[in-house]
Design a protein around this ligand. Sequence first.
Ligand code: 13P
Length: 253
Amino acid sequence: MARKIFIAGNWKMNKTAAEAKALCEELKASCAQFGDKVEIAVCPTFTSLTTAVEVLKGSNIKVGAQNIHWADNGAFTGEISGAMLQEIGVEYVIIGHSERRQYFGETDETVNKRIMAALKYNLKPIVCIGETLEERENGTTNAVLDKQIKGAFAGVSADDMLKITVAYEPVWAIGTGKTATPEMAQETHEFIRKTLTDLYGAEVAEKITVQYGGSMKDSNSKELTAQKDIDGGLIGGAALKADSFTALIANTL
Ligand code: 13P
């Protein structure tokens, strides 16, 4: 069975709750046309999650958070637990985004702990991996991805792996307008799926959704998702407006 295209909007630190509500209302209307042909999610900031869940109830758009702590509760100022996200009806959670790795000390080990917490609370992780420009130029892309994959998914069972989406985001393509060419992205996605095959076997690896992220927009979403191993996208800038996000999705179908 072919993997379904999955497009998720990572709103990063954008939109107040009022702005998020307005965007969710617009998206609810503009994305209804896609029915269940595509999986769609939006990931607003913590302060807008409840509003997003309320507005998008009964629609074809799911809601995700952008981070989760591994502890159930406790003295972790500024963090949010799986129980808190589950309670308000969040379905997905982005884990290990390169911005968190770069600015907030996220490591493969903390990514792994956050994944375990998400699974415990029935949240579906969207796990980000990707190389920097320096690593790409050094020729170490595959080694970096191999380490990130093995670190992130250590101790994750095959059954749980099927609940996980992998998002390949080359750091040099995020917010820069520089997209990996579809061929270059496909080559890396193929490597990612091969690594997952080595870990979990072909039957499981063939079912795992691997998104591309990094300057994906309506003008390139078609050719990127037409690649054999690219199953959708994790979208930053183009997810912040209903028209650009909707057009990007429409072009993948
Ligand atoms: P842009 O689409 O703005 O490049 O961001 C990609 C990203 O980081 C999504 O998580």
